[in-house]
Design a protein around this ligand. Structure first.
Ligand code: FES
Length: 104
């Protein structure tokens, strides 16, 4: 069990590192101050949805949507990470709610 948590932490750290250091080719939205990571491994379609939600909410100057590798919740796609927290079974409505709470 302990090894599983260590693996999960390592996977999350690597995903964050990849997202931060990846070339900007994966970014379509304007560069904002905070990253919204979208796992591209388990659901390729949610990236475009996340970009659209960020644009609709006029948050492109605050949030950058980036594709990432596994975020550790593979069994419940789509998966995103925002402000260090991983959210599974993501929907556009859930994402709007998270961003609304973050940017009231
Ligand atoms: S493959 Fe998407 S969270 Fe693991």
């Amino acid at each position: 069990m302990r090894g599983g948590k260590r693996f999960l932490r390592l996977a999350l750290a690597l995903a964050l590192l990849v997202a931060v250091t990846a070339p900007l080719g994966g970014t379509r939205a304007a560069l904002g101050a905070e990253n919204l990571l979208v796992c591209k491994a388990c659901d390729k379609s949610f990236y475009d949805i996340a970009v659209r939600v960020v644009e609709e909410m006029n948050l492109t100057h605050s949030v950058t949507v980036r594709r990432s590798s596994c975020l550790g919740a593979c069994s419940q796609p789509p998966v995103v990470e925002f402000r260090g927290k991983v959210y599974a079974s993501m929907t556009p409505e859930k994402l709007r709610s998270i961003l609304r709470e973050a940017y009231p």
